[in-house]
Design a binder for this molecule. Structure first.
Ligand SMILES: [Zn+2]
Length: 275
């Protein structure tokens, strides 16, 4: 590994911080969202008109890329931040500074800066969760555990969704499923019972089931399918459906419907089918 001197992993950053987050973070003037995963506008570097494209799923590993058709600017999240901070192209020092900046901003001790919008009451537990390390937690889960066999879902599907059986922690004895923002940041894990027991879903402190939609981060344009349970979402995904989501509550409030409507609007989903 080339990260001997720093505890900063470029690959980790590229996987953890999406281009859409970078676009928001940098607020590049004149950049317009063309579709859920693409932005287009004037190049901030050569000032060319409409030649600059940023995509959420571009690049070799589909972790995001940007490109200018008129100048040589192009690359990943780190290169974009480096260039925006005035460093030359492909500058190792600039890249390290940009990686540090992104690490601090998005992966570092997030306890101190509280990027939350919807908090009402401060809870001690919440601070713990802000430092939640989804990557590390996902590694403790077993997607192929025998307790999950009853779902009839392939272990690869659980793995693809960063889900799995939890043998320890608050979700112990349950299927742990990520709760993600629409940008794909995993905020925590809920526990889905693997038996016939109530409650079906349990949530970590500070994460309100009303505020989240399972599968939201994977929605692209087209038809949207609303199912009843995260398990149904995974099964539909396994069957080849995309754009499948579910609410995490038994009863649905108008606020939840508004969130879904806003998502459909933003991601250009023209229809909704409910099952
Ligand atoms: Zn350019």
């Amino acid at each position: 590994m080339s990260t001997a001197t720093q505890r900063i992993d470029f690959d980790e950053i590229k996987h953890a911080v999406s281009m859409s987050e970078i676009v928001t973070y940098l607020s590049i003037p004149g950049l317009k969202q063309k579709n859920p995963r693409q932005w287009k506008g004037n190049c901030p570097f050569c000032k060319g008109i409409d030649c600059f494209v940023v995509s959420d799923d571009g690049g070799r590993d589909k972790t995001g890329a940007f490109n200018c058709f008129k100048c040589p600017a192009g690359g990943d999240q780190i290169e974009l931040v480096s260039l925006m901070r005035g460093h030359p192209r492909k500058d190792p020092k600039g890249a390290l500074a940009a990686a540090k900046e992104l690490h601090e901003k998005f992966l570092g001790r997030r306890g101190g800066e509280a990027p939350n919008r919807s908090d009402t009451s401060p809870q001690p537990q919440r601070e713990k969760r802000q430092g939640f390390d989804a990557e590390t937690y996902a590694k403790t889960l077993d997607p192929a555990h025998e307790a999950l066999a009853g779902f009839g879902i392939d272990a690869e599907i659980f793995r693809a969704w960063k889900a799995g059986y939890a043998s320890s922690g608050v979700n112990r004895g349950r299927l742990a499923l990520p709760i993600a923002t629409k940008e794909g940041r995993v905020l925590g894990y809920m526990g889905r019972t693997v038996k016939d027991e109530s409650p079906v879903l349990t949530f970590p402190n500070g994460l309100s089931p009303q505020e989240h939609i399972f599968g939201i981060d994977r929605v692209t344009g087209g038809s949207l399918y609303l199912l009843r349970d995260p398990i149904d979402v995974l099964k539909a995904f396994e069957a080849g459906y995309e754009n499948v989501v579910c609410f995490l509550t038994e009863e649905i409030t108008s606020l939840q419907l508004e969130c879904l409507a806003a998502l459909m609007d933003e991601r250009k989903c023209e229809s909704l089918s409910f099952f």
